[in-house]
Design a protein around this ligand. Structure first.
Ligand SMILES: *Cc1c(COP(=O)(O)O)cnc(C)c1O
Length: 383
C-alpha cells in the first residue's frame, strides 16, 4: 500500500509566509524601493527592537544590545571572535545539537569539547561540566567558554551552569537558535549568559525568509566589537582597525523579521497549545510526553518523544498522513567529519548516542489548523 499524501507536514515555512503575506510583501516592497539592501535602517531598527524585546525579559531589565549577522552559525563564531576566543582555547558544548554549534567553534580555530546531555531535557549535563572544570581532560587547551544549547525550546539548567562558570572564569554563550522567547524562572533565555546567539533560519520560532542570525549581550563594548568584526573589522567606514569577517544582515530579512517579532509571543503560545493537545493524546499510552523541568516555559521548537523501535511508529503515522522527523539522527561526535577526532568528556556522550536512536519529532508549527492537530492526536492514539 502506498503512503497517502502528507496531510500534516513536520514544518511548513510557506504557511508562515501566507499567514501574514500582505504585511510581509509590503515590508519587502519598502526595502526594494529604498535602494539600500545591506546594514541600513531596517537592520538597525530590527536590532533595536530585538534588544528591547530581550531587555523586557531580562533580570532587572538589564539592557541587552543586539547585533545582526548572516546566520546562526556566524552568530556563535562572531561572539567567540569578539571575545578573543580562538586557537589555544577549548570551548565546551554538547554533541546533541545542530552541527552548526560545533562548526562555529572550529571556524574560529578553537577546540570543541563535547559533553553529554541530561536524558530528560536533552540539554547539557551540568554535573559533567562540573567534572571537566575540576579536572580538565589532558591534552586540551584551557577551557575558556561553554555553549549551552537550549535544544527544542527547553532551557538548559543555567541555575547550575552559570555559578560554576562564573567561579572558574569561563564565559557562557547561550545557543538560543531553537528557543526564542522561552523562559527560565520568568527570565528570557539569551539574557542569562555573557552573550547569546540566535539563528533566524526559516523554520526557527522566529524566522527570516532566507538566512539570518542575531547576537545579544549586556556588554556594550562586546556588542560594539561584534558590530565591527561582522564587517571587516571596520570601526570607521573602509578602515579596518582590527581583522574582521563579512557576516552582515540583509535589509530584506530584517524587514521580514520586524513584521514577525511582535507576533512571536502568540506563535509560541500556539505551539504550547499544540503541545498540550499532544500531551493529552499520549496520556496513559506507552509514549511519554516531553519532560519540562520546573521553572521552564518551553516554546516547542520541536515536540520530541522517545520511542524504542521508532521506525515502525513513524511509518504508522506516515500512513495517517502525518510526517515526522529526527533531530538529529547522528550525533556530532559520530559524524564522519568529527568522529575519532573531536574531544569528548568523561561520559563519552553515551546518553547522546542512546537518545539519537529513539527520538522522534512530531509536527509543530503555529499555522497548523485544529484539524491537522486533531489528525496527529488521532494517529498518536492509534499507535
Ligand atoms: C539552526 C541552529 C544553528 C545554526 O543556525 P544557522 O542559521 O542554520 O546557521 C545553531 N544551533 C542550533 C541549536 C540550531 O538549531
Amino acid at each position: 500500500m502506498n503512503a497517502p499524501d502528507i496531510l500534516v507536514p513536520q514544518a511548513d515555512p510557506g504557511a508562515a509566509y501566507r499567514a501574514h503575506q500582505a504585511e510581509i510583501d509590503a515590508a519587502i516592497s519598502r526595502v526594494l524601493a529604498s535602494g539600500w539592501y545591506i546594514l541600513g535602517q531596517e537592520g538597525a531598527a530590527f536590532e533595536k527592537e530585538y534588544g528591547r524585546w530581550l531587555t523586557e525579559g531580562s533580570a532587572g531589565g538589564a539592557e541587552q544590545h543586539a547585533v545582526g549577522c548572516a546566520n546562526g552559525t556566524d552568530a556563535i563564531a562572531l561572539i567567540l571572535r569578539a571575545m578573543d576566543i580562538g586557537p589555544g582555547s577549548t570551548v565546551a558544548t554538547v554533541a546533541h545539537t545542530a552541527v552548526a554549534t560545533v562548526a562555529a567553534i572550529e571556524m574560529v580555530g578553537a577546540t570543541p569539547l563535547l559533553l553529554d546531555i541530561d536524558p530528560q531535557t536533552y540539554c547539557l549535563d551540568p554535573e559533567e561540566l562540573r567534572a571537566v572544570i575540576a579536572s580538565p581532560p589532558a591534552g586540551l587547551p584551557p577551557l575558556r567558554a561553554v555553549i549551552p544549547v537550549h535544544i527544542y525550546g527547553h532551557a538548559c539548567d543555567l541555575t547550575a551552569i552559570l555559578p560554576m562558570c562564573r567561579d572558574a572564569g569561563i564565559r557562557v554563550i547561550e545557543d538560543v537558535a531553537q528557543a526564542h522567547g522561552a523562559r527560565l524562572d520568568g527570565q528570557m533565555l539569551g539574557t542569562f549568559g555573557d552573550a547569546a546567539a540566535f539563528s533566524l533560519y526559516p523554520t526557527k520560532n522566529l524566522a527570516a525568509l532566507g538566512d539570518a542570525g542575531i547576537t545579544a549581550t549586556r556588554d556594550e563594548a562586546l556588542a560594539k566589537r561584534m558590530g565591527a568584526v561582522r564587517q571587516y573589522g571596520w570601526h570607521r567606514r573602509y578602515i579596518s582597525d582590527e581583522v574582521g569577517i563579512n557576516t552582515r544582515l540583509d535589509e530584506l530579512q530584517a524587514a521580514v523579521l520586524r513584521v514577525r517579532l511582535p507576533k512571536l509571543a502568540a506563535a509560541n503560545a500556539r505551539r504550547r497549545e499544540i503541545a498540550a493537545a499532544y500531551d493529552a493524546a499520549l496520556a496513559d499510552g506507552p509514549i511519554a510526553a516531553p519532560f519540562r523541568a520546573p521553572g521552564v516555559e518551553h516554546v516547542f521548537h520541536q515536540y520530541v518523544v522517545r520511542v524504542p523501535g521508532r521506525e515502525a511508529v513513524m511509518a504508522k503515522l506516515r500512513m495517517q498522513g502525518v510526517a515526522t522527523a529526527i533531530h538529529y539522527p547522528v550525533p556530532v561526535h559520530e559524524q564522519g567529519a568529527y568522529a575519532g577526532r573531536v574531544a569528548l568528556g568523561p561520559a563519552r556522550c553515551a546518553e547522546t548516542s542512546r537518545a539519537a536512536t529513539e527520538i522522534m519529532s512530531l509536527p509543530v508549527y503555529p499555522e497548523m489548523t485544529d484539524r491537522q492537530v486533531e489528525r496527529v492526536c488521532a494517529a498518536l492514539r492509534a499507535v
